[in-house]
Design a protein around this ligand. Structure first.
Ligand SMILES: Cc1cc2nc3c(=O)[nH]c(=O)nc-3n(C[C@H](O)[C@H](O)[C@H](O)COP(=O)(O)OP(=O)(O)OC[C@H]3O[C@@H](n4cnc5c(N)ncnc54)[C@H](O)[C@@H]3O)c2cc1C
Length: 439
C-alpha cells in the first residue's frame, strides 16, 4: 500500500492529506503543533488562519471568487469548512476562525487513513518515499536552513520585498515608452518620465502616505533578511534620494520632447508573455489603497490596474521557477512535492488550492495514472504555470490569484466584466475536464 508523508498541517497540508486519504492512500501528517508554534501560529488546531478571517470575494468574475469555485469543484475541505463556519461579510466569504480550524482538524483526526505525528522536521527526507512539503511562510529555522543546503542558498528567500505589478493593458502608451538606459541591450523596459512638478507632487504624497505596521517578530527579522529598502523609506532620506536611486534620470531621453527628464520610473516585464509589469525598485510597505493613490500619479499609470500590490513581510519561499514543474513536483527529486506558500503562491486560498491540486494529482499518480497539469486557463493551473514556468527565476516573487495570469482569450474582449466572465467559464470547464480525467 502506498504511503505519502505530508509535512506541515496548515491550509495546504490539510488539503493535500485529505485529498490523498479520499483515494485510500495512507498519509503521515506531520506538524510541530501543538508542541511548538511558529511566531504567528497560536491555535493547537490545524489549518489555522494566522491573520484575517476573510477568504475574499465570492463573485465568480473576481480572481478569488473563481479560485473558490475551482476548489469547490475539486471538493476542497477549506471551502467546505468555510461554508460551515461562515460569518456575514457582504459578498466576501469570512469565517469564524476557531470553528474553521476545528472543523478541518476534526476531519483529519477522524480519518482512518491519516496518521498524525507531532514533531519538527529538520531535514528534507532523502529516502525514496513520497513527500509533500507544506511548511508555509514561517517554515521553522532548522528546516529552512536545510532547504538552503539541499537546493542552494540562492533558491530560498526569507522575505517578500515585492514591488507592485500592474496590468500592461491598463497603461497609457502615449506616455510610457520602450527603452533601456543608454540604449544598452534591447529596449526591454517601459519608461515613464516625470517633470520637476510631477516629481514634487509624487514625492510629497509618497513620504506622507500611510504604511503597514510590521508584526513584532518581523521587525527584528526584517533587519536581518531584507537587502532592499522600501521606496518610501528611501524617499524620506531627502528630496533627491529617489533621483539617485530607483528614479534616476540618466541614460533616458523623454520620447515625447527628446529632453532629459527630471526623474524616470522604469517598469520591467514580470512574465514571459509581457502582459504584467513590475515597478522597478518600488518595494513598499504602503497600505494597498495608498499604493494605488500615490503610484497612479506616475505619468502613464493614471488608470493602472494593480494585479498585485507591493509587500514587504516575512515569507519563506523556494525559487519555484528553477526547482518545480507545473505539478509542484521537484524537477530533480521526483518523489518530492511542495505545496502552499513555500512554493511562492501567496494567500490562504492559493496555498490551500495548491495543496488540494498536489494531493489529488499525487493520488492519481499512485493509482497508476500519469501526473496531469491543470490547464493555465484555470486559476489553479495558471498559478502552477506562473510559479514554475512564467515567472522570472532571477527575481522570483510570490504571486496571488489574479485574472492577469490566466491564458488570454483568443479574441480581445474590451468590456472587462464580459472578459472576466468568459475567462471564468473557460477556467471552470478546464477544471471539470481535469477532475473527470478527460485530459
Ligand atoms: C503573519 C502572516 C499573516 C498572513 N495573513 C494573511 C491574510 O490575512 N490573508 C491571506 O490570504 N494570507 C495571509 N498570509 C499568507 C498565507 O496565505 C498564510 O500564511 C497561509 O496559511 C499559508 O498556508 P500554508 O499551508 O502554506 O502554510 P501554513 O498555513 O502556515 O502551514 C504550515 C504548517 O507547517 C508547520 N511547520 C512549520 N515548520 C515545520 C517543520 N519544520 N516541521 C513540521 N511542521 C512545520 C506549521 O506549524 C504550520 O502548521 C499570512 C502570512 C503570515 C506569515
Amino acid at each position: 500500500m502506498d504511503k505519502v508523508t505530508v509535512i506541515g498541517a496548515g491550509l495546504a497540508g490539510c488539503e493535500a492529506a485529505l485529498a490523498l486519504a479520499k483515494h485510500n492512500i495512507q498519509v503521515d501528517l506531520i506538524d510541530i503543533k501543538p508542541k511548538n508554534f511558529t511566531p504567528a501560529h497560536k491555535n493547537p488546531n490545524f489549518a489555522e488562519l494566522v491573520c484575517s478571517n476573510s477568504l475574499k470575494s465570492q463573485r465568480l468574475e473576481t480572481a478569488s471568487g473563481l479560485l473558490k469555485e475551482e476548489m469547490r469543484i475539486l471538493d476542497s475541505v477549506v471551502i467546505e469548512a468555510a461554508e460551515a463556519t461562515k460569518v456575514p461579510a457582504g459578498d466576501a466569504l469570512a469565517v469564524e476562525r476557531n470553528s474553521f480550524s476545528e472543523y478541518i482538524s476534526n476531519k483529519i483526526r477522524h480519518n482512518k487513513s491519516i496518521n498524525i505525528i507531532t514533531k519538527e522536521i529538520t531535514e528534507i527526507p532523502q529516502d525514496t518515499g513520497f513527500y509533500v512539503i507544506a511548511t508555509g511562510p514561517l517554515t521553522s529555522n532548522s528546516l529552512a536552513k536545510n532547504i538552503e543546503v539541499f537546493f542552494g542558498s540562492e533558491n530560498l528567500s526569507f522575505f517578500d520585498a515585492a514591488a507592485p505589478i500592474v496590468d500592461g493593458e491598463s497603461l497609457d502608451y502615449n506616455k510610457v515608452f520602450w527603452a533601456s538606459r543608454y540604449g544598452r541591450g534591447g529596449a526591454d523596459y517601459l519608461n515613464s518620465c516625470l517633470t520637476k512638478a510631477e516629481y514634487e507632487r509624487f514625492y510629497s504624497e509618497l513620504i506622507n502616505a500611510e504604511t503597514v505596521k510590521l508584526k513584532d517578530f518581523e521587525q527584528t527579522e526584517f533587519k536581518v533578511f531584507s537587502g532592499c529598502m522600501p521606496i518610501e523609506t528611501i524617499a524620506k532620506g531627502g528630496y533627491d534620494s529617489l533621483r539617485f536611486g530607483p528614479l534616476k534620470p540618466v541614460g533616458i531621453l523623454d520620447h515625447n520632447n527628446k529632453e532629459k527628464p527630471f526623474a524616470v520610473v522604469q517598469l520591467r516585464k514580470e512574465n514571459n508573455r509581457g502582459t504584467l509589469f513590475n515597478l522597478v525598485g518600488f518595494q513598499t510597505n504602503l497600505k494597498w489603497n495608498e499604493q494605488k493613490r500615490v503610484f497612479r500619479l506616475i505619468p502613464g499609470l493614471e488608470e493602472a490596474e494593480f494585479i498585485r500590490y507591493g509587500v514587504m513581510h516575512r515569507n519563506t519561499f523556494i525559487n519555484s521557477p528553477r526547482l518545480l514543474d507545473n505539478c509542484f513536483r521537484s524537477r530533480e527529486h521526483k518523489n518530492l512535492f511542495f505545496a502552499g506558500q513555500l512554493t511562492g503562491v501567496e494567500g490562504y486560498l492559493e496555498s490551500a488550492a495548491s495543496g488540494l491540486f498536489v494531493g489529488l494529482n499525487l493520488a492519481r499518480m499512485l493509482c497508476g495514472k500519469k501526473l496531469q497539469p491543470l490547464e493555465p486557463c484555470s486559476m489553479i493551473g495558471a498559478l502552477a504555470n506562473y510559479i514554475s514556468c512564467e515567472a522570472n527565476a532571477n527575481n522570483f516573487q510570490p504571486m496571488n490569484s489574479n485574472m492577469g495570469i490566466l491564458s488570454p482569450l483568443t479574441e480581445r474582449v474590451k468590456n472587462k466584466q464580459e472578459r472576466y466572465k468568459q475567462l471564468a467559464n473557460l477556467a471552470i470547464d478546464a477544471v471539470k475536464r481535469w477532475r473527470n480525467n478527460e485530459i
